[in-house]
Structure formats: structure tokens, C-alpha cells
Unconditional design. Structure first.
Length: 174
């Protein structure tokens, strides 16, 4: 009903309704109302130029405007799965080897899991990246290395979005 009001976008009715739901102990309903407010803001409000509109839309998709921080956590878990596929694929193609100073040969499955976690999850280090590395003497190994960098960027992005959403740093009130 609020999104169809003919006077255009107004934040106050959404904020008041969310406040009433919170006071009644309905936190989930309050979050839904505030997400609807952000959608209405994107649709009918003055956000700014196209770049700010894009960032606002991405905030809605990735973290539900700060009200759904579990979304980037799911993205982080998907990134770990991607890194697992990457390290096991490299191991199957003889593209992952032990790091210098370790016995030569292919990495074990457990070492590949540790390597994947080291690639995908920031600030969590299992030591896997000290035991294994991609064989960059071959072109395919260089592609695996580039994929590992991509997994690291995704891991940092999703972890940062999770922390920002969980702490409420990205929630908007207007």
C-alpha cells in the first residue's frame, strides 16, 4: 500500500510502521518493511546518478540492504566450494604440487582442502597454501592460479559484505 501512494516516495510511513512492528516484537516483519522501503526508494525516490542507483540495487541483491546478512555468508560458502573444485581440478590435472622445500609430488586430498580454504576464506589460514601451490610452469597451471586469485577476491568481498551487513553498517534510514 505504501509503495503505491500517489504522492511519491516518503520514508516516514515505512519507518513508523517498522517501529510499531519492532515494539510489538515482530522483528522479521519490521525488516521486511524496511526492505520494501528501500525498494520503493530505488523505484520512486531520488538516489542520485546511475552509479549510485547500481550500488543501491547491488546492496539489495547481495545483502538485502543490510537486513539479510546471511546472503553474503552463503556467497562465501559458495566461494569455498568453487575453490574446492579449483584445487581438486588442479590436483586431478597434475597442476598442483608441493611448495618448494617440501617433498616433490602431488598434493593429497586433505592438503587440497586446506589449500582451498586458504584461497577462499580471508583471515583463516590452515597452512594449505604453504604446503601446495599451482604449477605455473604450464599454461593450465597459470589459469588455475588466476582462478585462485578470483576466489580470493570473491572471498574478501563476501566476508566484507557479511561483516558490514551483520554489524548494520550498510542499513539506510532514509
Amino acid at each position: 500500500m505504501l509503495a503505491e501512494h500517489p504522492a511519491g516516495y516518503r520514508a516516514q510511513p515505512y519507518q513508523q510502521l517498522a517501529k510499531v512492528h519492532r515494539a510489538a516484537g515482530h522483528e522479521r516483519d519490521a525488516r521486511r518493511i524496511l526492505i520494501a522501503q528501500q525498494r520503493d526508494l530505488r523505484r520512486r525516490g531520488d538516489i542520485g546518478g546511475p552509479f549510485r542507483r547500481l550500488v543501491h540495487r547491488l546492496s539489495g541483491v547481495l545483502i538485502g540492504y543490510g537486513y539479510r546478512p546471511w546472503r553474503p555468508l552463503a556467497g562465501l560458502l559458495a566461494t569455498v566450494f568453487l575453490a574446492l573444485l579449483l584445487t581438486f581440478g588442479a590436483g586431478a590435472g597434475n597442476m598442483s604440487t608441493h611448495s618448494p622445500g617440501r617433498p616433490p609430488g602431488a598434493c593429497t586430498a586433505v592438503e587440497n582442502v586446506g589449500f582451498a580454504v586458504d584461497l577462499a576464506v580471508p583471515l583463516v589460514k590452515t597452512g594449505g597454501s604453504q604446503r601446495c601451490e599451482f604449477d605455473v610452469t604450464k599454461l593450465a597451471g597459470q589459469w588455475y592460479l588466476a582462478g585462485g586469485w578470483f576466489a580470493q577476491v570473491l572471498g574478501w568481498a563476501f566476508a566484507t559484505l557479511f561483516v558490514a551487513g551483520y554489524t548494520g553498517l550498510v542499513r539506510k534510514s532514509s
